[in-house]
Design a protein around this ligand. Structure first.
Ligand code: FAD
Ligand code: NAD
Length: 463
């Protein structure tokens, strides 16, 4: 056998890469991870999941103090925003968590090779002025913001998600381009802190990929909160003069253009895989039309010994999907059987209330066969009602014959936490009856999942 520097070399230390590296090391493989950022953890820990949730969490309290929620609970307060301190706690969360990965690398003896990696051949990677070899190489280089053609992101007036996390002052008018997850989460943050927010979405509804009814209901809730929407509208240009931007909007179906003024524009129209500078061709690899690296079900690429996971491969761009793939690919490399069930990957939008789903949408399930649907409103859930959180509902979609659960969708304040039980039930092949006859603690928001499951057979109690 050739004498390699490492058994496994991981390129990229996001949730896919760092988890793969730790699991490989746990399995006794000599492992290194190449990362070009100053800190480990990738998009997720540095400029994604974690800092966005830090701002969402803090702004949620500010909103509750300003919008009358606290007053309803008998708490009189007049909040004052200290944006610098809010940013401080965001940076602190990032520092602690990225530092935590460095600690885990040391603990598990994963070597961090600092610098950009590029292939020399299928078993060799150049990192700075060093060349390293490995028997197996995992590409986990993640994704970056998709640019809008002709629109320059200056991170002052026109920002991407990274810039939108760091704004030094609350904009007067923030225009969000794209009604996807990033636009709604970060739009919510700045709306809560006092900005007027307009969201321009190309499609006729926000949140592509989510269940149709959930998309409509979420839209209503965000409108009620004060976000303005321009659906079926495409942004075709942004010009900046001084500290103001003018956007050109066109109806998606064609027609006359209009303009919209803003002092801040967030471009959030999706993300694209990172493969630039990797010299994939030197390893014998190419990308597909969408710029992704194609893989088989074991996460193997077309070149033996090279594997790929996370945002750089087809599938939802989610941290937990990348993490699970990281564990599975390391196990496959070690000769075990690593599997990810891509049919059961939950999605969560961390707004107020949260929006979550797992499995098929009602539209997709109907296309596959006959279904039964059970729904339960959060207004009928005692805990949500007591907490003054009446918005939202839970919906369970089951196969009409076998009763097997095909999809679960919720809008509820803790929907992101509630969806875990649905994912677990589906992983175990549960029927709606299994969920309906599982004892749920009272009073909890999760009882709405039990009631929605009961509603599949028309047996909900509290409606
Ligand atoms: P990444 O996290 O993108 O990591 C890849 C790493 O590889 C990067 O650090 C990069 O510097 C490095 N790299 C790239 N090329 C090279 C190279 N040639 N050499 C060396 N290093 C290289 N997902 C969720 O599930 N929940 C959320 O709440 C959530 N919130 C998000 C909020 C925002 C604002 C954004 C932008 C994303 C969010 N995501 C969320 C998506 C999530 O961040 C990604 O799905 C996840 O980070 C993908 O993990 P990954 O390991 O594939 O890649
Ligand atoms: P997205 O794909 O979710 O939404 C982009 C939206 O922009 C789409 O609805 C699209 O129709 C619209 N659009 C595209 N071009 C447009 C134009 N010219 N004018 C108007 N609208 C236009 O993308 P995103 O919100 O940027 O998020 C990127 C990725 O990051 C997603 O895949 C998501 O999974 C991940 N992410 C996840 C979370 C989470 O899990 N909570 C949070 C943030 C980001």
């Amino acid at each position: 056998m050739a004498d390699y520097d490492f058994d496994v070399l991981v390129i990229g230390s996001g949730p896919g890469g760092y988890v793969a590296a730790i699991r490989a090391a746990q399995l006794g493989l000599r492992t290194a991870c190449v990362e070009s950022r100053e800190t480990l953890g990738g998009t997720c820990l540095n400029v994604g999941c974690i800092p966005s949730k830090a701002m969402l969490h803090a702004s949620e309290y500010f909103d509750a103090a300003s919008n009358g929620t606290f007053a309803k609970l008998g708490i009189k307060v007049t909040p004052e925003l200290d944006l610098e301190a809010m940013h401080g706690q965001r940076l602190d969360a990032v520092k602690q968590l990225t530092g935590g990965i460095a600690f885990l690398f040391k603990k598990n003896k994963v070597e961090w090779l600092k610098g950009r990696g590029s292939f020399v051949d299928a078993h060799t990677v150049q990192v700075g002025d060093k060349t390293v070899t490995a028997k197996d190489i995992i590409i986990a280089t993640g994704s970056s913001v998709t640019p809008l053609p002709g629109v320059e992101i200056d991170q002052k007036v026109v920002v991407d998600s990274t810039g939108a996390l760091e704004l030094a002052k609350v904009p007067e008018h923030l225009v969000v381009i794209g009604g996807g997850v990033i636009g709604l989460e970060l739009g919510s943050v700045w709306r809560r802190l006092g900005a007027k927010v307009t969201c321009v979405e190309f499609l006729d509804q926000i949140l592509p990929g989510f269940d149709g009814e959930i998309r409509k209901e979420s839209n209503k809730i965000f409108k009620k909160q004060g976000i303005e929407f321009k659906l079926s509208t495409k942004v075709t240009g942004v010009t900046v003069k001084g500290d103001k931007a003018t956007l050109t909007l066109e109806p998606a179906a064609g027609g006359d253009a209009t303009t919209l003024e803003a002092d801040c524009v967030l471009v959030s129209i999706g993300r694209r895989p990172n493969t630039d500078g990797l010299a994939l061709d030197k390893a014998g690899l190419a990308t597909n039309q969408r710029g992704q690296i194609e893989i088989g079900h074991r996460f193997e690429t077309s070149v033996p010994g090279i594997w790929a996971i996370g945002d750089v491969v087809p599938g939802p761009m989610l941290a937990h999907k990348a993490e699970d793939e990281g564990i599975a690919v390391a196990e496959n490399i070690a000769g075990l059987t690593g599997i990810v069930n891509h049919d059961v990957i939950p999605s969560v939008v961390y707004t107020w209330p949260e929006i979550a789903g797992v499995g098929l949408t009602e539209e997709a399930a109907k296309e596959k066969g006959e279904i039964k649907v059970g729904k339960f409103p959060m207004a009928g859930n005692s805990r949500a009602k007591t907490n003054h959180e009446p918005d939202g509902f839970v919906k369970i979609i089951a196969d009409a014959k076998s009763d097997r659960v095909l999809g679960v969708w919720c809008i509820a304040v803790p929907a992101g936490t509630m969806i875990a039980q649905a994912a677990q039930a589906m992983e175990f092949g549960a029927t709606s009856e299994d969920i309906a006859y599982t004892c749920h603690a009272h009073p909890t928001h999760s009882e709405a999942i039990k009631e929605a499951a009961m509603a599949v057979r028309g047996k909900a109690i509290h409606i």
